[in-house]
Design a protein around this ligand. Structure first.
Ligand SMILES: [Zn+2]
Length: 172
């Protein structure tokens, strides 16, 4: 029997991943569903996925909730976790305790950090094209000339000091 693979989705995950039936099990918790529905983020998409049982709602065990809180407290992440976050991690930990390989899908740093502390895998949601657009650029502080890539510490144009920084992607 192949290993059971479970993906635990947080609120943002519902905006970023394809909710299609596949070999992996997709799970979430009621509090995440509430956030998606009340937030008006992707209610139709989520409702459809739940109705088709592409995503399964899990109610976490109390022991896993406690375990998550202890783990999050030890890493200092607890104050930054919502109830939805804690319950999602607890549901993920339940599946993990049953022997499943669990990946938590989230871009939330505290959630990811706590998941790792619990022995779960994590995967971010940032889309690949956005990452590819992020790049180093260099700018001369004297003449202001911008270079598309690193040119060293000295401006080839005027000999001024060049500062290197990451140009944040604007998503297109
Ligand atoms: Zn210059």
């Amino acid at each position: 029997m192949a290993g059971r693979k479970v993906y635990a989705l947080d609120t943002r995950a519902f905006l970023s991943v394809q909710l299609e039936p596949g070999p992996a099990e997709l799970i979430t918790v009621q509090e995440v569903v509430d956030e998606v529905l009340y937030g008006g983020l992707a209610p139709e998409r989520l409702a459809t996925a739940l109705a088709r049982q592409v995503v399964k709602l899990k109610k976490p065990s109390q022991s896993s909730v406690e375990r998550v809180k202890v783990a999050a407290a030890s890493t200092g992440d607890l104050p930054r976790l919502s109830k939805a976050d804690v319950n999602l991690l607890a549901a993920a930990f339940d599946a993990f305790s049953e022997g499943a390989s669990v990946v938590v899908l989230s871009d939330d740093y505290s959630l990811q950090n706590t998941a790792l502390k619990l022995g779960l895998e994590v995967a971010g949601l940032a889309r690949q094209p956005v990452k590819e657009l992020r790049e180093w650029i260099s700018k001369c502080v004297v003449c202001g000339k911008v270079y598309g890539r690193a040119v060293g510490d000295v401006c080839p144009s005027c000999g001024g000091e060049v500062v290197r920084y990451v140009r944040a992607s604007e998503g297109r």
